[in-house]
Design a protein around this ligand. Structure first.
Ligand code: MG
Length: 177
């Protein structure tokens, strides 16, 4: 397994990650898009927004469907670590789907993006991701993470200033990228 596994983060987190991989076969992994699969924060920072604050009150639903918001999503690049994880999960026999809390006005745009970069992958739109009842989640939204952890789901979490404190949970796996 070592040859196909890529991980970036602290040793304790690597141990949790490996343990999760040993039982991943046949499981459903739901991967969030914004700031988990693609680096929206990097684009926000370039434009002068504060990314340490979550949620940033300036970044409303209306913002994300405005021209500025859509451009930021459009310009955000893939987070290579997350794409490597997806490849590993699939190799080990898991099913990977995307789940996003993006506004439904962005549905067509998002589906088109998924078709281009991840052909064949399903994408679900919901603000209550736990209702999807996936086995494992990849997520950066603290509110979603809190809910998923309370339901005893395993959550793989990219390390942002607003997520690093989740490390203390045994079913939370923090990774750097
Ligand atoms: Mg997100």
């Amino acid at each position: 397994m070592e040859q196909i596994v890529y991980f970036s983060g602290k040793v304790k987190e690597l141990n949790k990650f490996l343990k999760m991989l040993y039982t991943i076969h046949g499981k459903i992994v739901a991967v969030d898009i914004d700031n988990t699969l693609i680096n929206v924060n990097k684009e926000l920072k370039k434009t002068g927004y504060n990314i340490n604050l979550y949620p940033n009150p300036e970044l409303t639903e209306d913002f994300w469907v405005s021209e500025e918001g859509i451009n930021i999503l459009f310009n955000a690049g893939l987070i290579p670590t997350t794409t490597k994880f997806i490849a590993t999960f699939i190799t080990l026999g898991a099913e990977v789907v995307f789940v996003t809390s993006r506004n439904l006005k962005l549905k067509a745009l998002t589906e088109e993006w998924v078709r281009k970069y991840f052909p064949g992958f399903e994408v679900y739109f919901t603000k209550e991701k736990h209702l999807l009842d996936a086995d494992i989640y990849c997520e950066d939204d603290p509110q979603q993470i809190q809910k998923l952890i309370s339901l005893n789901k395993t959550v793989i979490i990219p390390e942002w200033p607003y997520t690093k404190d989740f490390r203390v949970y045994k079913n939370a796996i923090l990774y750097s990228f």
